[in-house]
Design a protein around this ligand. Sequence first.
Ligand SMILES: [Ca+2]
Ligand SMILES: [Ca+2]
Length: 108
Amino acid sequence: MPPAGKVALSIATGSETGGGTDADVRAKLTCLNGAHSADWIALDKDNYNDFERYDRDDYEVAAPSGCDEVAAVVLDPTPLANFPNERWQVERVTVTDSQGTVRYGRGD
Ligand SMILES: [Ca+2]
Ligand SMILES: [Ca+2]
């Protein structure tokens, strides 16, 4: 369980060739009661190459103010100027908040 006021995101990148990304990825959360992230949240670990093939990357982000339970996550990768056609393969997103864990993904 993440600390109070935090939400844990675990994002699995698939195994397809070219499925990883070096894009700057940001996230927004929306909650069942309509609360949502006031701003985009950068998903980027320092000195680490996020979102490569086969990786599962974990982030702890601020829960939206007044959030009861996370209902949706939007991931927004900023297209890369030198790889405009890149297609990041998001295999699975696992969200853990104070109410428990929900998984979103292919095959579920
Ligand atoms: Ca990367
Ligand atoms: Ca990084």
